[in-house]
Write a protein that binds this ligand. Structure first.
Ligand SMILES: C[S@@+](CC[C@H](N)C(=O)[O-])C[C@H]1O[C@@H](n2cnc3c(N)ncnc32)[C@H](O)[C@@H]1O
Length: 244
């Protein structure tokens, strides 16, 4: 049996290795694809259009939960990508720190922001290249991370959630990929026919095991809402945590 310290070290090493792989992927291989997926004016294939539609629904749900007027509220958008969610938070007058480990995606987010005149009257924003876990960003009223932890195993994801909870005052909203029977078949087939693009694997989790991990590891917080969004090619589930 591993000692607690050895286990923590192992988890940290696993996290660092995965984070490196994700950073490489989103900063090099997937930049263009991600830029197109998150732009409003580029037409996409049927599959990507379905992913975009699902993501938009999920984004709307997160925004409804977090509220319409965020004046005076601080929000961390952890793993912000090209900043789609951050822009809507700024429009609701939140003071946003949007962080991502891909400098290329942060550059796109900054460029897009500079083009949105109407956001100039919204809340403050800082788009920063870095690790979402960096404590120097400070504490926030709300922390959101949409599809930002889907590549981490649930043992790592729960560590991320726990650390972010310690920096949130009101709520945390994150998404995970729920393990459904159909997805299980797709993933098993994917393992037999691996793709060569080095995309970090998505790590689906069963709702039950995730809830169990949360109740055992995240103290002082409770699950206050869940919502699954599905289109043909996008399935994601939002979890909202609030302080008890
Ligand atoms: C699937 S994308 C989602 C991006 C954005 N949240 C959205 O919904 O448009 C996952 C993002 O999380 C970022 N990410 C993953 N791990 C991170 C970490 N530890 N710190 C900061 N960003 C991270 C990746 O670079 C990537 O941009």
């Amino acid at each position: 049996m591993l000692w607690k310290q050895d286990r923590a070290l192992l988890l940290e090493q696993e996290y660092q290795a995965k984070r490196h792989q994700i950073a490489q992927y989103f900063d090099k291989t997937a930049v263009k694809a991600w830029e197109r997926l998150t732009s409003n004016d580029e037409s996409l294939s049927f599959i990507r259009e379905s992913v975009r539609a699902g993501r938009e629904k999920m984004q709307q749900h997160i925004l409804e939960r977090i509220g319409d007027n965020l004046s005076g509220k601080s929000v961390l958008d952890a793993g912000c990508g090209t900043g789609v969610l951050a822009m809507d938070l700024i429009a609701r007058n939140a003071n946003v720190v949007a962080v991502d480990i891909s400098p290329s995606l942060i550059k796109i987010a900054r460029e897009r922001f500079s083009r949105y005149e109407k956001l100039k009257n919204g809340g403050d924003v800082k788009f920063v290249w870095g690790d979402m876990l960096d404590p120097t960003f400070g504490d926030f009223d709300h922390i959101v991370f949409m599809d930002s932890t889907i590549h981490y195993k649930s043992t790592n994801a729960i560590g991320l959630i726990n650390k972010l909870c310690s920096r949130a005052r009101e709520s945390i909203i994150f998404t995970f990929v729920p393990l459904t029977p159909l997805l299980a078949i797709k993933f098993t087939l994917g393992k037999f026919f691996p793709k060569g693009d080095r995309a970090p694997a998505i790590e689906p989790a069963s709702e039950r095991s995730l809830c169990d991990l949360i109740s055992r590891n995240v103290h002082g917080w409770e699950i206050s809402g869940m919502k699954r969004v599905s289109t043909y090619f996008y399935t994601s589930q939002a979890v909202e945590l609030r302080r008890v």
